[in-house]
Ligand binder design. Structure first.
Ligand code: 4AD
Ligand code: MG
Length: 481
């Protein structure tokens, strides 16, 4: 490699050295100053061309988006805004970019516009910062678990089971949709399908994760998961990444401790490793909030928000207590909630979660012990309370501005109780017979949780639409690129 990365040059003080830079033109001013970016940092390097010594035809090709090779001397910059610059001795255009046609102009584009050209948005400072942070957070997740000797388990993407029992699955098939094979009784004959049975994309690696936890002790998965829920919101994707640890011999308290430690660790990692990126996004958020009325702006800036989460304990509250708080809350009394809370058992909507986190506790909240009826079949059942109400050892972690970031629970280890619950919600035993073996042979208390990776990135970057923190978002009616 003959060239030096711009990140390195911007920190260099080897003045008068000859250097070579390869990158893309961000702007070209006064026929003289080229701002070049090569992706190694959100910052550009300034290269100064001697326009009197340069052919006009070449100068005309220095346009936003063009790929260039620049050779010259690294010098201390005279201008404001940068410490070093390059005095160009040789300039080559590696790839032209027609300014009449190139969609990215050197001006501020809206996030909505950039979403339409998601194949080019990596070339902007904002998206450079977001995806560097996404990278750093992935790396931090692996480092966290590796330090604690969790085994990284690759659970299948194609499965025959519905781990959440919510039925929001994308089918995987090679059957000819125009000519479906039928059984004698007229149903679709999945024996003819590729796997000889009906299959779908996974909604969660949890069930397979539990199998491995009952052998390794502690495992985690970190992979893509798929939900065909028709929720066109700023918090939902049809394809998202989930981090799912599963731990033998962990009870609910241990589970919450681990989740809280993980979130604090990775947020801290991002602060330490991506200070420039977070600073840029802090400014972006500040500018965005300026357009809102005063009472909707957040009191803390992005960096303060991140530090606040690291430095404070998450509030741990039972569902039952949360319902009491919500019942008595102003928006409930004044009927401002869209869904009023009047009874124990109600599922919490995002307006309720946000009230608890943003208005009442003003910090991340872990809600525990939800009603059995609104949670998944595999969660450990509590003894019914004095009023005969059934709850499960669930825990959801709610974050300011995000809502649910984590969903998890202690698992039901009793085969009988699990089977009884499956029968109640209509999950046939044969469907997950292999899973039930964990309860048949050497069953033990165990727990786990799932972190929505994009929701975590939303929080760390201060972005507000989940489509902006995954390179190529998949949402209802949209699978571009
Ligand atoms: O609460 P969920 O559905 O929990 C599970 O899937 C469990 N099997 C996890 C476990 O215990 N191993 O999903 C976990 C998290 C949610 O809290 C949310 O952050 C995220 O995944 N999530 C989504 N993120 C983006 N788009 C969607 N459609 C999401 N659905 C869930
Ligand atoms: Mg959930």
């Amino acid at each position: 490699m003959e060239h030096t990365r711009i990140k390195e040059l911007l920190q260099s003080d080897k003045f008068d050295n000859d250097v070579i830079v390869k990158g893309w033109v961000r702007t070209f001013r006064n026929n003289q100053f080229i701002a070049i970016n090569d992706g190694s940092t959100i910052h550009n390097i300034q290269a100064v061309v001697d326009f009197e010594q340069t052919d006009d035809s070449l100068l005309k090709r220095i346009t936003t988006g063009a790929a260039v090779r620049v050779e010259g001397k690294l010098i201390e910059s005279l201008g404001k805004g940068q410490r070093v610059e390059i005095k160009v001795t040789d300039l080559q255009i590696l790839g032209d970019s027609d300014p009449e046609k190139y969609p990215l102009q050197p001006k501020k584009h809206s996030l909505e516009f950039l979403r339409e050209i998601a194949h080019l948005r990596f070339r902007t400072g904002t998206f450079n910062a977001i995806f560097k942070i996404r990278h750093a957070l992935s790396f931090a997740v692996h480092q966290f678990f590796n330090e604690r000797e969790f085994v990284y388990l690759h659970t299948p993407i194609i499965t025959g089971s519905d781990a959440e029992g919510a039925g929001e699955m994308f089918r995987v098939t090679t059957l000819d949709l125009d000519n479906l094979p039928r059984t004698d009784s007229g149903e679709i004959d999945f024996k003819e399908d590729f796997f000889g049975k009906s299959t779908n994309l996974t909604v969660s690696g949890q069930l397979e994760g539990e199998l491995a936890a009952m052998a390794f002790g502690n495992i985690y998965t970190f992979g893509p998961t798929f939900r065909a829920e028709n929720s066109n919101t700023t918090r939902h994707l049809a394809e998202f990444w989930m981090i799912e640890p599963e731990m033998a011999f962990y009870e609910l308290e241990d589970n919450m401790d681990l989740a809280e430690a993980l979130l604090k660790y990775v947020i801290n990692y991002a602060l330490e490793h991506c200070p420039d990126e977070i600073e840029l996004l802090k400014t972006r958020l500040f500018e965005e909030e300026k357009t809102k009325p005063q009472n909707e702006r957040s009191a803390l800036n992005l960096v303060e928000k991140l530090n606040f989460v690291i430095e404070n304990n998450f509030e741990r509250v039972s569902y039952t207590d949360a319902i009491e708080i919500l019942k008595r809350s102003k928006p409930n009394q004044k009927k401002q909630f869209k869904y009023l809370i009047d009874e124990w058992g109600a599922d919490l909507q995002s307006e309720h979660e946000r009230y608890l986190v943003e208005k009442h506790f003003k910090k991340p909240v872990i809600l525990t012990d939800y009603p059995r009826e609104i949670k998944s079949f595999y969660m450990k059942q509590n003894e019914p309370d004095a009023q005969g109400r059934h709850t499960v050892r669930a825990m959801d972690i709610l974050f300011p501005g995000i809502g649910e970031m984590v969903g998890g629970s202690q698992r039901e280890e009793s085969l009988d109780k699990l089977l009884a619950r499956m029968a109640e919600v209509g999950i046939p035993e044969e469907e997950i017979d292999w899973f039930l073996d964990t309860r048949r042979f050497g069953s033990a208390p165990h727990s786990g949780f799932g972190v929505g990776f994009e929701r975590l990135i939303l929080f760390v970057t201060g972005m507000t639409n989940i489509r902006d923190v995954i390179p190529f978002p998949r949402t209802p009616k949209n699978a571009e690129f």
